[in-house]
Design a protein around this ligand. Structure first.
Ligand SMILES: O=C(O)CCC(=O)C(=O)O
Length: 297
């Protein structure tokens, strides 16, 4: 559970960190499962429904950048979305009814793990109200060198910024220089030990740098919504939508709260993962460094 001060801090800053939520046995089990899944990328020559691959991936030397929607692709991660200590915190932040919205595992390998450009999750999946957040389950320590998640405090109360490319297609990245009043320099890094969890509001501006260190940074991300927040992109399979409740009861009465919304339309050309979509951005903010090894691979 979070203290009352921690809940207040989430409301003010748009994020909060809970230390040591996973016990050691569960942390080892998740790491082992992720390693086994990554082994499955050997032999692949391009992205598929499970794997998003680093630009330097090779079939004989696999480099996985993201495991896509693990809760759909691997029953273990659907079950883990109901991990009781995490759900208790979700109820404090979102209310009694909580539905799983999405999931992903971002792997930033030592030396080359890709950056994620500045963005707001709200730009990807607007709902009828903004009681949504993403949980970052730290499977490794997050520190300044290995591409820690960076959040700009207070931005969850501000505008929803443009996430479209120069041709007007959604690209999932903002250009901070084109956002008047937004000071990326105020971003706060989330630094915590493996087993800790961060909770960031769906409208909070965030991103992360390339992993320049010698240590991996693996972050399992779950997105959750209040039960009465309905996706403006629509509900495809209603039974499946309702089956994602992790706390409380489903409802067919959405709560409407006016919030700044921009639809993620027209969709990104060649719609892929956030990494793929963000290649269309007008300006990259995070530095991309080539590993010396790349020249000889
Ligand atoms: O992995 C990260 O550092 C950021 C992830 C993120 O914000 C995303 O994938 O939407």
């Amino acid at each position: 559970m979070l203290s009352a001060e921690a809940v207040e801090s989430y409301r003010e800053k748009g994020y909060v960190v809970a230390l040591d939520v996973l016990d050691g046995a569960m942390l080892s089990r998740i790491r082992q499962t992720v390693a086994e899944i990554c082994d499955g990328a050997r032999g692949l020559s391009t992205h598929n429904d499970v794997y998003d691959l680093e630009p330097t991936h090779r079939p004989d030397a696999p480099r996985v950048r993201r495991i896509k929607v693990p809760h759909q692709n691997f029953p273990f991660f659907r079950e883990l979305a109901g991990y009781p200590p995490m759900v208790e915190i979700l109820k404090q932040l979102l209310g009694p009814g909580v539905r799983l919205h999405g999931s992903k595992i971002n792997l930033k390998a030592p030396g080359y793990g890709s950056p994620v450009e500045w963005h707001q999750d709200w730009a990807f999946y607007p709902h009828t109200n903004d009681d949504l957040l993403a949980v970052g389950v730290m499977l490794e320590d997050m520190d300044l060198d290995n591409g820690a998640l960076l959040v700009v405090p207070g931005t969850h109360k501000g505008p929803t910024w443009d996430h479209h490319d120069a041709d007007g297609y959604f690209c999932g990245a903002m250009d901070p220089a084109a956002c008047p009043g937004l000071d990326i320099g105020r971003a706060e890094p989330i630094l915590a030990k493996a087993g800790s969890m961060s909770f960031h509001h769906v409208r909070a501006v965030h991103g992360s740098a390339q992993n320049f260190s010698t240590k991996p940074r693996t972050l399992l991300l779950y997105e959750f919504a209040a039960a009465d927040a309905y996706p403006l992109n629509g509900v495809g399979d209603f039974a499946e939508f309702q089956s994602r409740m992790v706390a409380g009861d489903a409802t067919i009465e959405p709560r409407l709260v006016p919030t700044p919304i921009r639809m993620p339309l027209p969709p990104a050309r060649g719609q892929g993962s956030i990494y793929e979509n963000q290649t269309a951005t007008r300006r990259r903010y995070f530095e991309l460094r080539q590993e010396p090894e790349l020249a000889t691979r």
